[in-house]
Design a binder for this molecule. Structure first.
Ligand SMILES: [Zn+2]
Length: 482
């Protein structure tokens, strides 16, 4: 079933006015919704850089997302702990740093420990029916992502991911009574894969040599040539993976073209998000819905010498976060404190007034006190960055971003004056004391987290993942991982 298009512009104009001219009765009505159990739509847009979004550019590529942001609280400084789908989504689901939940490795690493609850599990114990629609090998049940879901479905490889996710959501909502979910609030996790470098022609049956696919109408002005994106038999993501592994320097024109393809797909995705929210509004569901929109990581286009999503620089770790509360409470508010994925779960539970007996203190915190401006500023964002063969320790103590690589290289950036991290201050003597303090703080923060992990392991036996089979390895390569 196709999602119906609707008058989203009207909705936005209406809510824009609504947010500014609320009277006391309306405010009371909004206040009374807190603690009720609304339908929750949790959207993760794989590989979405924050700078696709309007706050960071003059010509918004995603005007529908901008419309949604007008109904939402907007978080400007959101940093993914790593550039890797698996641990960042697990942080969204558990409220824990990857040092604590420990789900970092695609194979042979530990899966999520039995005694760590997920957002779906917690909401289910409070009466929610829980649904997940995704497509990415790193979100598979083997890692623990399906815990607590009534229905957790891989929508499969192929084109038009966004359309198929939309169709899954609209089918569920339109048929909820017939399916027997009429009396329960719904928690829907929707994972959009469209921006990811992807598509192996052998796996999707579609001839493709583009590193970022982009549907034709959206890329029709971009001249593409097969020879540009292939090396021997390897094309698209597999070619890009070779570029990264071999450190091949690409011509500037090729990099610009890749970025344009990525952005063209963002335009496609934005239109589909517009469709979805149009549908929700037309069905009278949007007003009361609790919506979270974020991304697991960004994407690199050579800003720091690499591609795909490997390194802990802003192009890869700076991601969007919008939270649309029921009745558009706090609509349009802009929050600048540093925020991480692990803050999402506590924020949802806090708004719903759900308390839960966690086995340990979460790393994330509810963001509502900051939205209500009743808490002093916090400065620390996220710690660390780890991939299987590329390890960094990293920390943002706003506005500074400290990165320490395994090979000893240290970098320090001031995000307030150098948003794209081009000026390394680590060797500047005037920053020596600051650098020393940040290093000590980073070591301390990591040791606290590792201690928490140790406590969890003292009472729970980890289950180690099997080796991936040949097809799984192939699929992961096609995503641009080795
Ligand atoms: Zn991802």
């Amino acid at each position: 079933m196709r999602v119906r298009r609707c008058l989203l512009v009207f909705v936005v104009l209406f809510y824009g006015c609504f947010a500014e001219h609320m009277n006391e009765q309306q405010l009371e009505e909004i206040e009374s919704t807190r603690g009720k159990l609304p339908d929750i739509l949790f959207i993760s847009i794989d590989t979405m850089r924050a700078d696709l979004w309007h706050f960071f550019r003059d010509n918004s590529l995603m005007p529908r997302l901008q419309d949604i942001s007008n109904m939402s609280v907007n978080f400007l400084n959101v940093y993914a702990a790593t550039g890797f789908t698996l641990p960042t989504h697990m942080s969204m689901f558990t409220g824990l740093s990857f040092y604590v939940h420990g789900v970092i490795y695609a194979e042979r690493g530990p899966a999520l420990l039995q005694n760590i609850p997920t957002i779906a599990q917690i909401l289910k114990t409070h009466g929610y029916r829980t649904f997940g629609f995704y497509h990415n090998y790193f979100l598979r049940p083997r890692y623990g992502f399906a815990k607590g879901f009534d229905f957790y479905m891989d929508i499969g490889r192929g084109l038009t991911f966004a359309q198929r996710i939309n169709d899954s959501i609209s089918y569920l909502l339109s048929e909820r009574s017939r399916l027997g979910y009429g009396d329960s609030p719904l928690f829907i996790f929707a994972h959009y894969m469209d921006l990811h470098s992807d598509f192996d022609k052998d796996m999707v049956g579609v001839e493709n040599f583009l590193p970022y696919y982009s549907y034709f109408p959206y890329r029709k002005d971009i001249k593409v040539d097969r020879s540009e994106f292939c090396w021997k038999e390897l094309c698209a993501s597999r070619w890009l993976l070779e570029v990264v592994k071999k450190g091949i320097k690409l011509p500037k024109s090729t990099v610009v073209k890749m970025k344009r393809l990525y952005e063209a797909q963002a335009v496609y995705l934005d239109e589909r998000l517009g469709d979805l929210f149009g549908y929700l509004n037309a069905e009278g569901l949007l007003d009361d819905m609790f919506v979270i929109i974020t991304a697991d990581h960004g994407e690199e286009f050579g800003e720091h010498g690499s591609f795909l999503h490997n390194r802990p620089y802003v192009e890869n770790i700076h991601v969007p976060l919008l939270i649309k509360f029921p009745k558009n409470r706090w609509a349009g508010k802009v929050i600048e404190i540093p925020v991480g994925h692990e803050d999402i779960l506590p924020t949802i539970l806090d708004y719903l007034n759900i308390t839960y007996d966690f086995p340990l203190k979460l790393d994330g915190e509810s963001l509502i006190p900051w939205i209500e401006s009743i808490t002093p500023k916090r400065d620390v964002a996220i710690l660390g960055h780890k991939k299987e063969n590329l390890n960094f320790r990293s920390m943002i103590v706003y506005p500074y971003h400290l990165i320490i690589k395994d090979d000893g290289l240290v970098e320090l950036f001031d995000l307030s004056s150098d948003r794209m991290e081009q000026n390394n201050l680590a060797s500047d003597k005037s920053f020596k004391d600051l650098l020393d303090n940040l290093k000590k703080r980073l070591d301390l923060e990591i040791s606290v987290k590792l201690e928490k992990r140790k406590k969890l392991l003292a009472v729970t036996e980890p289950q180690f993942l099997d080796e991936l089979d040949r097809m799984e390895k192939r699929a992961i390569e096609a995503l641009g991982y080795k």
